[in-house]
Write a protein that binds this ligand. Structure first.
Ligand code: LMR
Length: 398
């Protein structure tokens, strides 16, 4: 009956977790999946979240169905975080925001919408990008191609090639952009480069689809959404998928959002109606618990401040780990430039390690990285960093 079913060998990122969990070595280190661990190597339960949970637990409530587009208080809070309290587009009722099942769910709902209303559009993703970007858009039936992004020679962005590519695209082709903390490279565009990208997107009538999963891990909540706000100021109609997995440490809650900025309130109404219809056919409506807790944190001034500080703490710790790794590796492997470790931003560092070197780290040291050399710096702490640096130095010598 099922003999014709193809076997799915697993995901290159999530599969690493299974391997890591099975590894019995005490010294093993998980630098694979993009998850923030604290100095003790624990997944944090944020204090702001705990307070919101405790307050809610005092008055336990029933669990109704949410509307197809999710909890209104949550969607409003998302809009404020992404577009700002003074957003003209939000004030003019031009932004449709729906609660989604994580950032992946937002991408899939957006992809379904693109497939339905812009079926000829090709989706261009950065080279490289998060592997699931490609899978999600292809699964919705869209053609996916690449635009130049990472320049291995300089460790920066191949910006001229990117602009040249964007200038060659067709009207309504989709460009998938990472507003901050690019996954997997950690290499971001500068504000001036974003301005240029937005200018070209506008001139060529491309569709910008901005995927932000790391707001707060670059500089701060506001600076990290420069691209999103610049696009609004430029008058673009565009998509934003966002996630609370990392910055609220809400991984398993699966909480994100899809926002679509439309030219006017009438078109927004049309778009929102279709987003709801897509949701109805995919999973009907989203879960209430994570949205209630996130809304409580984001909508309460004291809890929001506490959360802001907690995200700052995570960011500062990651930066300190980058600096430490840079210092140790520079001392251990003289003559090699490790400055990329401290210039890249967010959770990830694109280490430049080859698949063979990564394999050696996994086999010989129990240090898990993605095959493309992406390392989750947030898995480092003061106890394992020397071990990791020594192992890196060792595989780099070969
Ligand atoms: C990652 O890139 O590691 C995270 O976004 C987790 C995932 O689902 O791949």
């Amino acid at each position: 009956m099922f003999e014709h079913v193809d076997y799915y060998p697993g995901d290159p990122i999530l599969g690493l977790n299974d391997l890591y969990n099975k590894d019995t070595r005490a010294e093993k280190v998980n630098l694979g999946v993009g998850v923030y661990y604290d100095e003790e190597g624990r997944l944090p339960l944020l204090g702001s979240v705990l307070k919101a949970e405790e307050a809610r637990a005092k008055t336990p409530a029933a669990r109704p169905y949410l509307p197809m587009d999710g909890l209104p208080a949550y969607n409003k809070a998302v809009q404020r975080l992404l577009f700002g309290a003074d957003s003209a587009a939000v004030a003019a009722d031009r932004v449709a925001t729906i609660q989604s099942i994580g950032g992946s769910g937002a991408l899939r709902v957006g992809a379904e919408f693109v497939k339905q209303y812009f079926p000829q559009s090709v989706v261009y993703v950065s080279k490289p990008t998060w592997g699931n970007h490609i899978s999600i858009f292809e699964a919705a039936g869209l053609e996916v191609s690449e635009y130049p992004y990472y320049d291995a020679a300089t460790g920066g962005v191949a910006f001229d090639a990117l602009i040249e590519k964007f200038n060659s695209l067709n009207k309504h082709d989709v460009v998938l952009l990472h507003p901050c903390c690019h996954n997997p490279t950690g290499v971001d565009l500068t504000p001036a480069q974003w301005d240029k990208v937005i200018e070209v997107v506008k001139a060529r009538e491309l569709i910008a689809f901005m995927d932000i999963a790391y707001q707060g891990f670059g500089d701060d909540f506001e600076s990290d959404v420069y691209a999103i706000r610049a696009a609004e100021k430029a008058g673009l109609s565009y998509f934003v998928s966002s996630s609370f997995s990392k910055n609220l440490s809400f991984y398993g809650e699966r909480l994100g959002a899809l926002s679509v900025v439309s030219p006017n309130a009438d078109e927004k109404k049309l778009v929102l109606s279709q987003l709801k219809y897509i949701v109805r056919r995919l999973y009907s409506n989203p879960p209430c618990h994570p949205a209630i807790i996130a809304a409580d944190v984001l909508n309460d001034a004291a809890l929001f401040e506490e959360w802001t500080n907690e995200v700052a703490e995570m960011r500062v710790r990651i930066k300190a780990m980058r600096q430490r790794l840079f210092d140790v590796l520079t001392a251990k492997v003289p003559g090699r430039d490790f400055s990329y470790i401290t210039t890249q931003r967010g959770m990830f560092s694109f280490s430049g390690l080859t698949p063979t070197q990564v394999e050696r780290l996994i086999q010989d040291y129990g240090i898990y990285l993605v095959k493309n050399g992406r390392m989750c710096v947030a898995g480092l702490n003061t106890k394992n960093i020397e071990y990791v640096a020594n192992a890196f130095a060792d595989v780099l010598k070969d």
